[in-house]
Structures are given as structure tokens and as C-alpha cells.
Design a protein around this ligand. Structure first.
Ligand code: PLP
Length: 453
């Protein structure tokens, strides 16, 4: 039987985002100033973000209205389709029903524009003319470059050097949207120069690139900073994914038993799963929710839940999260979007309270899953998304074993058409299965800030 596609009319684009802070039992732990280590207030963030986003960051309102101009831009690619992967089910010979929400139909090929557009919008409204940011694999940089050009703003992207060298086509896309792209670490900032003086051959990390972008924004009046994941407001914007999916699952006359998303900073996972986790938190439902991360950067499965810096130079606030240490530079595996040392505080809190599960997969397993998926469904997933695919396949195979027919829903957060070198390398047998870099993590964790709270 053929796979089935569930679409929605444009009128069904959600009118509000869902804010899970309304349903948390315990309030989120306070965010601390990097020097004083005292709780920060809205004014401490005003050098980097517009007030509307700062308000969303700390809001406990369940619904946050999506501004009209943002909904208008969403219409270009939203609602995104939900598929029932019948051909994959057949290939696996499983009684499970497998569904995937496909975010790769956005213009830049992933879920990232769902937050890039509102972030650019609120900054534009606040009179900001330029945004700085970092990008790992290039997905976030592409999305923000696109959003900035929509709103007539400048965009400056610090791109992790290893990706800058490995993925010239992502840079080509960002530059075509008018952005200025700098390989990080660079000599254009004090944080970049400090890294290069110590490690002239540094291939960079997200933590270093964040320091560079934050430094530039903090030291110029007309420039703000934008982050593509991790922060509460980013996760909230992404909930359009899960809210649409709920409508589509209703149209399919089905309900998920298991929800799955890959986690780098946590935003696509949260976007798909938080509206469902909210139902669990309110005692209405009992979904199983699984976050999938790379074995080479196992933040949720191996990192402690502790206060840490968001960046390498310690310019960002200190937040409580699962972390591998802000000095951790993960090995160069092929899922650049999953190479962050930390995890979104909200995802970390839900994990520490036992509301979500986490598993880690190595890249040989995830690429095998991605190729099996592509051969059944015709979409080549982003290497990051392959982590969710692998876990969905394993859950479907577990159903085959037990004879249970569960509904498995995962977020296919992006396509892999800018990641062909990774697939060429995998197909040529050149990828290796990275082990958990225990010693390097131990070293990085020894640098956690001491915080009395
Ligand atoms: C950025 C990115 C990720 C990782 O970020 P999250 O915030 O964890 O979603 C995963 N997949 C794709 C396709 C990405 O672009």
C-alpha cells in the first residue's frame, strides 16, 4: 500500500504558539549572570534581544499569539505535510503505524525558519537593523539569512570552521540571501583571537561561534543577536510543528503512542513534542516521548544536569541544563546540527523530572536508517534527522517482536540535500562510529562554574 499524506489548509496554521512553561510543575531554575552568578533580569538581556522575545523567554502564559506578518510568511511553507510511512512499514514488516511530520519543505530545508522569521520580525519592530548569529551545519544560518532579507535587515553569520570548509554550498545559500559569513574562530573578535592564539588550527565549535556572535552584538548599538535553538522562546516558536501535527493526526483518526525527535539544542524535538508533553503534564494523556542524540555528543544521556555557560568564552548567562562542559569540542561526526555541548534548559528539566526519555545512536546506525528511509519514502533526511529515523525504526522493530501495533510519530526536521558529502562518505565506507569521548568530556566538565544555588 502507498504512503499517505495528510495536508491542512492555510487557515489551519496555528494562531498561537504553545508555551510549556505554563504547565511545568516546578518553575524553571533561575538564569544567572556569567560574572556575578546572581539571577539576571530582563534588562541584562536587552543588549542582545528585543523586549518582546525577552518577555516570551520568561512568560508563563500558555498561548502566545503569532503576529499577523509572521503567519503571512509561514504560509509560504506551512502547514507542512504529515505522512504515514506505509512503504517503510512494509519494508520493516512491522504492525506499527509510522507517521512523520516533514519540515524539509521550508525554503531553507529545515524547521529553523519557524523561529528565524519571528525573531527577525520582533527585532525589526524594535528598530534593530542587523542580526549576528552562529551556525554549525549551516541550517540556522541559512534560515536567519532568509528571514533577515525578508525584513530588509543585515545578517552576519559566524560559521563553525569545519563546516565552512566541508559545506561550501550552505555558505553559498547564505551569501545569496545577502548574509556576511565568517569562518569561526576568526580574528574579527576578541573571543576568536583568544582561541586562535592558543589553538591556531582550531576547527571551531558552536560554543566558540556563539561567543563571537554575542560579542559583536553586545558591543554595537544597532545589532542584536539571534540563537537558533536552546532558548525558551525558540522552542515556543517551534511548537507550530506539534500543534499542526495534532490536527493532522486527528484527520488520520489516530493518536501517537510514541513521539520521537532528534536533539541538538532541543528545538525541533520540543516543537514536535511539547504540545503533547503538555497533555501529559496536565494529566490528560500518557505519551512516551523520546529524544535521540548522537553517541559522540551525548548531552542528555551522559552529561550532568548542572549550571553551565552557553558558550566557550563565558559571555552568555549561566543556565541549568544537561551539559558536556562549555569547553567540549565534539568529534567531527556528520551531523553538525547536533554538536552543541548543552541542551535546552526546558528539555533538560523535563528529562531530569522523568517526563521524557533519551537515547544515543552512533552515526553508522543513523546513516543506515536514513538510507533505508530514503529507499522506502523517497526523502533523503538531514544527517541530524537520521537520529529520529533510527529510533523510529527500532521502535517499529520492537513492535514486530512483541506483535503490538503502536503508532510511532517522529519529526523529519529537514532534508539532506546540502549534506551529500556525508552521504558520499558513508556510501564509500569512510565514516567511523565515534565512541563517547569520555576523557575530553571529563576535562570539559571540570570547568563547570561553581554556583551556590
Ligand atoms: C539545527 C538542526 C537540528 C538541531 O537543532 P535542534 O534545536 O535540536 O532542533 C536538527 N536537525 C536539523 C535539520 C537542523 O537544522
Amino acid at each position: 500500500m502507498d504512503s499517505v499524506k495528510y495536508t491542512l489548509p492555510e487557515s489551519k496554521i496555528p494562531k498561537s504558539w504553545y508555551n510549556i512553561q505554563a504547565d511545568l510543575r516546578d518553575a524553571a531554575p533561575p538564569v544567572l549572570h556569567p560574572q556575578s552568578k546572581e539571577p539576571i533580569g530582563p534588562d541584562d538581556l536587552a543588549a542582545l534581544f528585543p523586549m518582546e522575545l525577552i518577555k516570551q523567554e520568561v512568560s508563563t502564559e500558555r498561548e502566545i499569539e503569532i503576529p499577523g506578518p509572521v503567519r503571512d510568511l509561514y504560509r509560504q511553507w506551512r502547514p507542512t505535510p504529515l505522512y504515514r510511512a506505509r512503504r517503510l512499514e512494509q519494508a520493516l514488516d512491522t504492525p506499527a503505524r509510522i507517521y512523520y511530520k516533514y519540515e524539509g519543505v521550508s525554503p531553507s530545508g529545515s524547521h529553523k525558519p519557524n523561529t528565524a522569521v519571528p525573531q527577525a520580525f520582533y527585532n525589526k519592530e524594535a528598530g534593530v537593523t542587523k542580526l549576528t548569529t552562529e551556525t554549525g551545519a549551516g541550517q540556522w544560518g541559512s534560515a536567519l539569512s532568509m528571514a533577515c532579507t525578508f525584513f530588509g535587515m543585515e545578517c552576519s553569520v559566524y560559521m563553525v570552521k569545519v563546516s565552512y570548509d566541508q559545506k561550501p554550498y550552505r555558505r553559498g545559500l547564505m551569501e545569496s540571501f545577502g548574509a556576511n559569513v565568517t569562518p569561526s574562530p576568526s580574528r574579527t573578535t576578541a573571543s576568536g583571537r583568544a582561541v586562535l592564539d592558543e589553538h591556531p588550527d582550531s576547527t571551531g565549535s558552536l560554543g566558540i561561534a556563539i561567543s563571537e556572535a554575542v560579542e559583536v552584538a553586545a558591543t554595537s548599538d544597532d545589532t542584536n543577536y539571534a540563537l537558533g535553538s536552546v532558548l525558551n522562546h525558540v522552542l515556543t516558536h517551534q511548537t507550530v510543528i506539534g500543534l499542526e501535527t495534532m490536527e493532522q493526526m486527528a484527520a488520520a483518526d489516530d493518536e501517537p503512542d510514541i513521539l520521537i525527535g532528534c536533539t541538538g539544542g532541543g528545538s525541533n524535538f520540543a516543537g514536535m513534542c511539547f504540545p503533547y508533553v503538555g497533555e501529559n503534564l496536565r494529566g490528560e494523556k500518557n505519551y512516551r516521548v523520546i529524544a535521540v542524540e548522537p553517541a559522540a555528543c551525548p548531552t542528555l544521556t551522559k552529561g550532568p544536569y548542572a549550571y553551565d555557560y552557553g558558550d566557550t568564552a563565558h559571555l552568555t548567562p549561566i543556565v541549568k541544563m544537561h551539559t558536556l562542559g562549555s569547553g567540549f569540542v565534539p568529534p567531527g561526526f556528520h551531523a553538525g546540527g547536533l554538536r552543541y555541548h548543552g541542551m535546552a534548559p526546558l528539555v533538560s528539566q523535563l528529562h531530569s523530572e522523568g517526563h521524557i526519555e533519551a537515547v544515543a545512536y552512533d552515526q553508522l546506525r543513523t546513516f543506515a536508517a536514513g538510507i533505508q528511509f530514503a529507499q522506502a519514502e523517497g526523502i533523503l533526511p538531514a544527517p541530524e534527522a537520521n537520529h529520529a529515523v533510527a529510533a523510529a525504526i527500532d521502535e517499529a522493530l520492537a513492535c514486530k517482536e512483541s506483535g503490538e501495533s503502536k503508532a510511532i510519530l517522529f519529526n523529519l526536521c529537514g532534508h539532506g540535500q546540502f549534506d551529500m558529502q556525508a552521504y558520499l562518505d558513508y556510501n564509500a565506507g569512510k565514516l567511523v562510529a565515534y565512541e563517547y569521548p569520555e576523557e575530553e568530556v571529563a576535562m570539559a566538565l571540570s570547568g563547570l562554574p561553581s554556583v551556590s544555588a
